[in-house]
Ligand binder design. Sequence first.
Ligand code: ZN
Length: 548
Amino acid sequence: MKKGWTTVFLSLLLACFLSTGARAMEHDMLKVGLKYGSDAMYSANLQNYDNAGRGYAFGYYDSARSFVPLTATTESKISVSIDDNLFISGSSYYLSAATYSQYIGAYHLQLMQSYETYEEAAAVAANYDGGFVAFLIDRYAVRVNQYRTEEGVNRAFGEWAGADTVEIVSPSRTGVMVTVTGTDHILFYFDCGGLRSLGVQPLSADGEKPVTWFRGYRYYGGFEYQRVTGGNMNVINVVNIEDYTKGCVGWEIGNDKPLEAIKAQAVCARTYAAMQTRHRSQGFDVCSTDDCQVYRGVASANDLTDRAVDETAGKYLYYNGKYAEAYYYSCNGGASEDAKNVWGNELGYLKGKPDPYEAAVAPRIAKYNWSTTFTRAEIASKLAARSINIGTIKNVFVSEYTPNGNVYALTFVGSDGNKTVYREQCRTILGLRSMRFSVGSTEGDTYFVNDNATSVTGIQSLFTISGNGVVGQYSGSPADAYVITSGGTAKLQKDPSIVAADQEIFTVTGSGWGHNVGMSQWGATAMAEMGFDYQDILQFYYTGVTIE
Ligand SMILES: [Zn+2]
């Protein structure tokens, strides 16, 4: 078959493009990955939302993320699909289908002539049944007819009058086509060899900000369809960071919280999005799940969240002149924690401190105080999942607390050895709700004295002698008791290497929910209800930051 020269040329350009690095983000437009990786799509539908949208412009986003329009449609329902054979059933396109109403073949004939403008090409395409315009990096071409096989397109090529005026084009690994949803009507074809990706910008009705349906959610902004890996398309929402923040705060703190708490959350969410770089190699800034921040377009936005974002527009959290990583969590259970004690990295503004505010709203927080039990076998299996095998579990205890009272080290005693885990692993290894907990057992703790020769289990075996010699039952905790020995007084000790009685059930009791680094969302709510403003809230939870 005759292979189109464009395919080779585009492949070379793609290779050049992929070797150049990522771009720095210093502008107001954010790229949010909606579908990517294993969720990348081969066909994606868009629909204008009610009266706030009238068709779409097709083009691309330049390096400054400004939209460069090439052409437009007044259709309100469009589909963007990869360049492949597509079978149409209802309003969906499939790569294969047992039953289908229509199909779009991926092989076409393309007129040899190039056109400088879309209008020129469109005027020529209109002369052919099924003719459509293709944008190819810096020129327009006209494609006609469609075939599902090489055989079919070869036959058509042979039958074409004046064969030197057309060439055959095969499916391109970087091409995408736009159709009227549910039809074989191709509105536009775009293939820049991965150098650029198709951008679709909804058009406005009467100056309103357009809103677009995608997969059951409504979005501000436009969309980008990246086929940089040659397979399915990453679908990306290209949206102003303020509109992104409006779509984000409701999911992250709730759209029914006090205004100043939502404003604090808005500054955190905006700052977090602006500084993220983890997804850059995938072609976007942030994803739309709680891996980054939950974002599903405008679904959770209301007048209150919009107001919170508008009243903090352009405000970011800084520490020493740089963006501060605005980590947050649901509630800390009594005290936040140093980043160093949770993740191991020292960050000056992520300092733990007692939280005097959360308690005021604790009765409204589900499972603020929590308790959970584990059998020895359950603990062994959780350890084994992390390749820790220490035999039968005999004891579990917190071996070190931070000065703020959060857990820093957790020790497991097994028949074949001991294992101590540190920092965030104390929470995650057992899947606990927070860093703030203690471990007890149904049989009571065992303490030792006299170099572990004598054990004391529970308080029933502890007695006190008062100043006048009266002996009575001790009523405090064994951990607070001192005993008199021949060498003076000694504190009762726990020795994990000697366990008097194996424990079958371990009870973990704690408070809070999350990693305890940065802002407590419930604490922010409590502060807002007490009359503090969003700057007070941020400056309490992030030590030494500025908001500007
Ligand atoms: Zn992410």
